[in-house]
Each structure stands twice: as structure tokens, then as C-alpha cells.
Write a protein that binds this ligand. Sequence first.
Ligand code: APR
Ligand code: PHB
Length: 395
Amino acid sequence: MTAAKVETVPVCIIGGGPSGLLLSQLLHLQGIDNILLEKYSRAHVLARIRAGVLEHGFARLMREAQCGERMDREGEIHRGFHIAHDGVLDHDDLYKYSGGNSVIVYGQTELTRDLYEARERMGGKVVHEAEDVALHDLTGKPYVTYRKGDETRRVDCDFVIGADGFHGVSRRSIPRDMLVEHERVYPFGWLGVLSRTPPVSPELIYVRHERGFALCSLRSQVLSRYYVQVPLTDRVEDWSDEAFWEELKRRLPREVAERLVTGPSIEKSIAPLRSFVAEPMRYGRLFLAGDAAHIVPPTGARGLNSAASDIYYLYHALLDHYKKGDDTGLDGYSERALARVWKAQRFSWWMTMMLHRFPDDLSYNVRLQQAELAYLFSSEAAKRVLAENYVGLPF
Ligand code: APR
Ligand code: PHB
């Protein structure tokens, strides 16, 4: 057997989703050499349809990474959103109630494409189709092995960053007794449709309806994204486009349903809803970031946004380590990251509980949802709380 090809790099990043790519790019710009290992091809990663709301803090990081140009050109700034419930269409003015902040509607797929292009332009080390990635000696002198085609390779490094999503190998490389996992699985999913049609509303509409939750979102003025809550037992093949549009219309306020433009679906899928946090987010010289450590249900649009603070804290911690020999940031990373992660969990859980229909729910709980929404839009303080969380808590 031939010896594995060995490369020595300060930082080895596992996972080429938004978290890993953004960190790789930020470190590179500061002269901190790193290699990124991604299990799939670039085309495969870019074929995934993901959510589309970016909080201002994530957008700021994209600009700092010199990747914000297209996002700022093509993304849409949203200063508010609607919640339809109990026959009314309420509005939260994000800009007013968050003290001048907003969110950017820009597809996560496009954002990932921008990051890949920047990495390529700068000659970043990105290995696609890195198979059998394995993490070794994480509490000593860490190294990562992987297979590329027929060749086994090895990366010797100071730090491993686990940014390989919920199903990745990094979190599973931590001994079970060193990790606590908190999980809540919701008894429903979201059936999502992407269609080349003008969006029904310039701002997002979240809908609480007795038939179940719905969401009207968009990617651009000619590309719409809609969702309806479905039981976990439903299969996407069971939903024709016609059945989807019919169900969506039934859940929308009448005046919105009447102006909905329907068309063939370009993509249709069912995503289960889950809340998950693994803690601590560090084991020896392995640091977890993004979906590898925590998942939120999509209701509060927090997914990518809770990854933003992880990347920000890790980036600065690594800068302090390499530039100043200061490890305070690395030592405090897990606690600091988790403090914000749990606030995003709380917000996503609250939005999810308030807006979905739960099977066999008590009438008491249904009335509580209605009271919650009535309170929310009758109180300036409550609208402020909603806006502050939706645009993203500071980091
Ligand atoms: N080896 C290498 N790469 C892996 C492995 C592995 N064993 N397992 C998974 N990966 C890759 C996946 O193919 C994926 O491209 O890691 C990447 C993880 O990316 P994401 O799942 O997108 O996670 P992250 O970058 O943290 O992005 C944050 O927020 O809105 C949510 O889920 C949404 O993608 C979004 C996430
Ligand atoms: C989306 O556009 O896909 C989207 C928007 C807001 C959410 C979830 C998903 O809360």
C-alpha cells in the first residue's frame, strides 16, 4: 500500500456549505491558510434549494468576506413582513421596530455560489468529492484523512472546523459521553414549491390557519417560493401542482388567494421540522459551526443566521490565536456561541408553536395561539420583540 499524501495546513474545514465556505474565505483574506473538504461535487451542493432570508449580520459578514456584491445588487431588502391569522393580515415593521434594521431576501443557493466563486478566484484550497473523511487525535495533534478517487490523503493541522451540516461526520467524531444533544422533532413537515411566477406579495406572508401553516416567500420578482404544512406521512409524489395551489389558496386570506399567480413547479420537496442543539460546540481542537451543531425549524428564518454568529466568533478567535497568541476566544467559543444559538432556538420554537396546527391539539392551546397573535399585534412592545429577533440579535 502506498503512503497517504500528506499536506500540512493550519486550519482544516470540513463541509462546503455556507458556514465552511464563509469561514474559509474570511481566514484566507487574513492570510490564514486553510483547506476545505466537501463530500459532494460543486454542482450537487448548488442544486440544493434552501431558504432565502439573510439577517443583516450575515450580510455584513458576506461583505467583509468580499462576497457581498451580487447579494447587494440582486437581493431584496425587506423592511417588514405579514402574519395572516383569524381573518386579518397583520404587519410587523421590522425597520421601525428594530431600530433601522432589515433582512435581505437572497437565495442561499446563490450565496453559496458566490462563496465558491470567490474561493476559486482567490485560489482557495477546496476539495470536492472528498470521501470517507475521518477526524483523528482531536485532543492531541489533530489530522484528517480522506479519499479522493483512489488516493488516500491526509491533512495535518492545528484546528479542525466541523461545518459539515447535521448529517456530517464531525459531530459524530466526538465521544458520546462528551456531548449532550437536545432535540425536538415536530409532528409535521413543510411541502415547498418553487415556481417561475411573480410573488403574490412584495413582503413575506406567514399564515396561521385551521387547516395548517402556510408561507408565501420569494426569490425575486419572477420567482416565488411557497410552503404548506403537511403531515409527516405525506409523500411529495402524492401532491400534484394543482393540489398544492388549491391547498395554499384555502389557507390564504381571500384577497391574497385571488391575486395568487400559479404555474408549474420547478422544485417540490417536503422538509421535516426539527430543533436540535449539541453542546459543547468544542472537543479538543475540533470546533463545530452551523448546522453541524444546531438545527432550527424554518419558521423564524434563523437557519443560516444562527450559523453567522458561530462563524463570526470562530473567525475572530482564530485571528486572535494566530495574530496575537491569545486563546481566550477559542476557549470561550462554545459558551459564547451557544448563548446566541439558544436565543435563536427559542425564537424559532415560539414562531413554530404559534403558527402551526398540532395534531389532536387541545382547544385550549388553539385559543392560546389566537391570544398570542392578538397580543402581538396590539402591543408596540411585542412587535419590537418580534422585529428584534427576526432581523437577528446582535453578535
Ligand atoms: N465530509 C465532508 N463534507 C460533508 C460531510 C462529510 N462527511 N457530510 C456533509 N458534508 C457537507 C455537505 O455536503 C454540505 O455541503 O457539509 C456541508 C454542510 O452544509 P450545510 O448543511 O448547508 O450546513 P451549514 O454550512 O452549516 O449551513 C447552514 O443553515 O438554513 C440552514 O440548513 C441550512 O444550509 C443551511 C444552514
Ligand atoms: C424561504 O424563502 O424559503 C423561507 C423564508 C422564510 C422562512 C423560511 C423559508 O421563515
